[in-house]
Design a protein around this ligand. Structure first.
Ligand SMILES: Nc1ncnc2c1ncn2[C@@H]1O[C@H](COP(=O)(O)OP(=O)(O)OP(=O)(O)O)[C@@H](O)[C@H]1O
Ligand SMILES: [Mg+2]
Length: 490
């Protein structure tokens, strides 16, 4: 009873039964009116015929014998006709019926005048002296020498008709329209239920699918065919559900991926923090336990190693802190106009010594001396430093690191390229991930954390810019990003 189909069916059957009953009643009334109109029109001449035969009233005195005679004649022609003779005021002067059956002694003349005027719509009903119901009738004026004496009033469908009607009417017209009404009700109900069944079946299918997909935690695709466009509300609903479940699915995937990355990050951080910490602990414990037996040289070597790990820890924590700061919405780049060639010059100087120590030469290739841009100078310097540090680290003795600046329509392109080891193709998509290091081996990993490029990418994101990388193994690598050109007001 809770299903939509059940509710619709109940509503439909109620409506159809009510309509069937209404049809039945209206049909009965119509039949009756039709019959009465027909009777009145067909029998209209009766009264005229009867009055035309003899003078029924002479100087106010009714000729009752003639009336009885004529009445019995008329009743042979139409057995339902009951004839009365009225005076000018509608009082009954005489009739041919059993006297005890006539209970009223006058008839209202208004309907009689209506009928005689000839322009009222039939059926017109008048008083029946033998009962309280209104009946159709026929009437005609009774005159002697153009003097109005009274009226001849003929009730059509009198008691005789009532008797017959209750016999035949019930058995024929009644039952016929009753069966027609029943047939209409049944037919409409069947067709309606079929249509509702078809419509609700689609809804039911959709409902089952929604429940199934929901129960599976949006792990399965809905098994529904959704047309591209158009269709009725159920089609639109189906389409919306298919689209929505797709979106929910991809959001769940995204959440899972985020969760996985977060776990990976936490485990990477703990690993990277623990390595220098435990190395440091080892050297310090050795110094404490065996301090007396160590030579000065060894002691200072151990202390230096411990200090190196402290520095490394400091850098790592600093990088992590910087990244989380860059991630938080609170950081907005502090935009100002500055000269890129000048910044590049500064960064080159900064790394001059490191590069010389490694036997790598640093070259600046700037086309214009005054390429101004808009950006956070401190953050852009971090980008260049991280790229330079990588480039020098991965370039062997005798190699070159080039810092170049080029004009690109509205932008200025800055590139850091080297002639170093290059990055394997399979690693390129991941080098910007946090903690990702393409070089394998603990040795290579011990003094890097894999955060440098993640910081670079984050800073450029904040500047609505992106970084591209081209690399060829054993030939070198080139990182490039663009910043907007800033036109100085003259
Ligand atoms: N110029 C380059 N040549 C070759 N490989 C590079 C170069 N720059 C980056 N890579 C590869 O990309 C990885 C990620 O670089 P990233 O700067 O993010 O981390 P890292 O340098 O290893 O550590 P950190 O910068 O935090 O000290 C590096 O480990 C290295 O394998
Ligand atoms: Mg780096």
């Amino acid at each position: 009873m809770q299903t939509l189909f059940a509710k619709l069916s109940i509503a439909l059957i109620t409506i159809v039964v009510l309509m069937g009953a209404a049809f039945f009643v209206v049909d009965r009334i119509n039949t009756r009116i039709y019959y009465e109109e027909l009777t009145q029109k067909l029998n209209a001449p009766i009264a005229m015929y009867v009055t035309g035969q003899r003078d029924l009233i002479t100087a106010g005195t009714p000729d009752l014998a003639s009336l009885a005679d004529l009445a019995s004649h008329a009743m042979v022609i139409n057995p339902t006709a009951e004839i009365y003779l009225l005076d000018k005021l509608g009082n009954i002067l005489g009739h041919g019926l059993p006297p005890e059956s006539v209970v009223h002694d006058r008839v209202d003349l208004v309907p009689v005048h209506q009928l005689l005027s000839g322009n009222a719509a039939m059926p017109i009903r008048g008083d029946d002296p033998r009962g309280s119901a209104q009946k159709v009738f026929s009437a005609f004026e009774v005159r002697t020498e153009n003097e109005l004496e009274g009226y001849l009033y003929v009730v059509l469908g009198g008691q005789k008709y009532d008797e017959l009607a209750s016999d035949i009417g019930n058995s024929y017209t009644g039952t016929a329209s009753f069966y027609v009404a029943i047939a209409i009700v049944v037919l409409t109900a069947v067709v309606g239920l079929l249509v509702f069944g078809l419509l609700t079946k689609r809804l039911q299918k959709l409902n089952v699918e929604i429940q199934r997909v929901g129960a599976s935690g949006f792990d399965t695709d809905p098994n529904l065919e959704a047309s591209r466009s158009g269709g009725d509300e159920i089609d639109q609903l189906t389409r919306s559900f298919v689209t929505m479940s797709g979106q929910i699915q991809s959001q769940i995937e995204q959440l899972k991926e985020n969760d996985r990355l977060r776990r990976e990050l936490v485990s990477n951080i703990s690993h990277d923090l623990r390595t220098p910490l435990s190395a440091m602990q080892g050297y310090l414990e050795t110094l404490i336990i065996r301090g007396d037996t160590l030579s000065d040289q060894e002691r200072s070597r151990y202390l230096n190693i411990a200090r190196k790990h402290v520095t490394r820890l400091g850098v790592l924590i600093g990088d992590l802190f910087e990244l989380s700061k860059l991630d938080s919405a609170s950081v907005t780049p502090n935009l100002e106009a500055f000269s890129l060639p000048e910044l590049v010059q500064d960064v080159a100087h900064e790394f001059q010594l490191d590069a010389e120590n490694k036997g790598v030469s640093v070259v600046i290739d700037a086309i214009s001396e005054s390429a101004f841009t808009m950006g956070d100078i401190g953050l852009i310097q971090r980008v260049l430093e991280n790229l330079m540090r990588n480039a020098i680290r991965f370039t062997p003795d005798g190699g070159t690191v080039t810092l170049s600046i080029r004009d690109r329509k509205q932008n200025i392109a800055v590139a850091v390229s080297d002639t170093g080891s290059g990055i394997p193709d399979k690693d390129i998509p991941r080098i910007f991930d946090r903690f990702y290091r393409a070089v394998s081996g603990e040795e290579a990993k011990s003094d890097s954390s894999g955060l440098g490029l993640a910081i670079v990418k984050r800073i450029l994101d904040l500047h609505d810019s992106s970084i591209t990388v081209e690399s060829k193994l054993e030939h070198g690598t080139r990182f490039e990003f663009e910043l907007p050109m800033y036109q100085q007001a003259a």
